[in-house]
Ligand binder design. Structure first.
Ligand code: ADP
Length: 275
C-alpha cells in the first residue's frame, strides 16, 4: 500500500503482508527514512562497525542522504571513526543527530554521554529501550539510507531492532578466524524468522596484500565465504583485506575520506536490489 507505515497495529488495510501481531514501532513523526540496513556479526571485533562505516561512507559519496544509528550501546565506535565529538542537541520536538563533516547523520550513546570514556553498565532492557529511543525520539531528516550498527550476537538488542524497526535487510560480517559457518547459519535463521532478507555477507580481514608484489595472501587460509553465500542463497559477497591505512583512518576519525572504499561496489549492488 502507498504510504505504508509498516505499523499494522494501527492500520485497517488488509494487505497480503499484513501481520496483526506486528511489533513494529513508528519512527519520530518528523523522521523520513527510506531504506534501512542492519549490520550484524556473531561476535565483537570482527569489523562490524568498520563495515557499517564503509557502507555509509560509500552511500554518502554517491550523493545519498545517509545516517548511522549506532545500536552498539556498550561498545560504540561509530562517532570516533567519523571524527564526531559534539554532543547531540535536543529541540522541543525531539533529539537531533550529530552530523559528520561529510554530512552523515549519527546517533550513538557516545554523543549523549558527558564523557565518552564513561562505561554503560546497564541491563539489557534499558539498553534495548535506548535503541528504541534512537528510533522513536530522534529526528532523522530526509534519509535515503540508514545503517544500523548492531551489537554482536543474537541477544536482546538485535531482537528488539529486528522486531521493532522495519529493516529492508541485513548485512552479515564475519572474519576468517570466526566459526563462520555457524555464525552465518544463526544470522540467516534469525533473519528468516523475522522475514528480513539477507542482502550480503562481508568477510573482513580476509587477506593481506604483499606490499612488494601486490599478491593477495590469505593469512587465515582459503576463504570459504563464497561457498557459504551460495549455500544460504546470500546474493552479495565482499572481502576486505587487513589494511593498516584503514585502521589509521578509523582511529583518526577520517573513515569517510578513505579513498579506497572496499565496499563501494558492494553498496552499489545492494542498493540496486533495494530499489
Ligand atoms: P566490531 O564492530 O566488529 O567490534 P570494529 O569494526 O570496531 O569491530 O573493528 C575492530 C578494530 O579492528 C578497530 O580498531 C578497527 O579499526 C580495526 N579493523 C577492522 N577492520 C579492519 C581491517 N580490514 N583492516 C585493518 N583494521 C581493521
Amino acid at each position: 500500500m502507498a504510504g505504508c507505515s509498516h505499523d499494522c497495529s494501527s492500520c485497517s488495510e488488509n494487505c497480503s503482508s499484513r501481520d496483526s501481531k506486528s511489533l513494529l514501532k513508528k519512527p519520530h513523526e518528523l523522521s523520513d527514512i527510506k531504506k534501512i540496513i542492519a549490520v550484524v556479526s556473531g561476535k565483537g571485533g570482527v569489523g562490524k562497525s568498520m563495515t557499517c562505516a564503509l557502507m555509509a561512507a560509500a552511500a554518502q559519496n554517491k550523493g545519498k542522504v545517509t545516517a548511522i544509528m549506532d545500536a552498539d550501546i556498550t561498545g560504540p565506535s561509530i562517532p570516533r571513526m567519523f571524527g564526531v565529538t559534539e554532543r547531540a542537541q535536543g529541540s522541543e520536538n525531539g533529539i537531533l543527530p550529530v552530523v559528520s563533516d561529510g554530512g552523515i547523520q549519527v546517533m550513538s550513546m557516545n554523543v549523549l554521554l558527558e564523557n565518552e570514556a564513561e562505561p554503560v553498565v546497564w541491563r539489557g532492557s534499558l539498553i534495548s529501550g535506548t535503541v528504541m529511543q534512537f528510533w522513536t525520539d530522534v529526528i532523522w531528516t530526509g534519509v535515503d539510507y540508514m545503517f544500523i550498527d548492531m551489537p554482536p550476537g543474537t541477544g536482546d538488542v538485535p531482537l528488539t531492532v529486528f522486531q521493532s524497526i522495519p529493516l529492508d535487510g541485513i548485512v552479515i560480517v564475519t572474519s576468517p578466524q570466526d566459526l563462520v559457518g555457524m555464525i552465518v547459519q544463526k544470522a540467516v535463521n534469525m533473519a528468516n524468522m523475522m522475514n528480513i532478507p539477507v542482502l550480503g555477507i562481508v568477510e573482513n580481514m580476509s587477506y593481506i596484500k604483499c606490499p612488494d608484489c601486490g599478491r593477495k595472501i590469505s593469512v587465515f587460509g582459503e576463504s570459504g565465504v563464497d561457498a557459504l553465500a551460495l549455500e544460504y542463497g546470500i546474493p552479495n559477497v565482499a572481502k576486505i583485506p587487513i589494511d593498516s591505512d584503514l585502521t589509521k583512518a578509523a582511529d583518526t576519525g577520517n573513515i569517510e575520506n578513505f579513498q579506497n572504499n572496499y565496499l563501494s561496489d558492494f553498496f552499489d549492488k545492494i542498493s540496486k536490489k533495494l530499489k
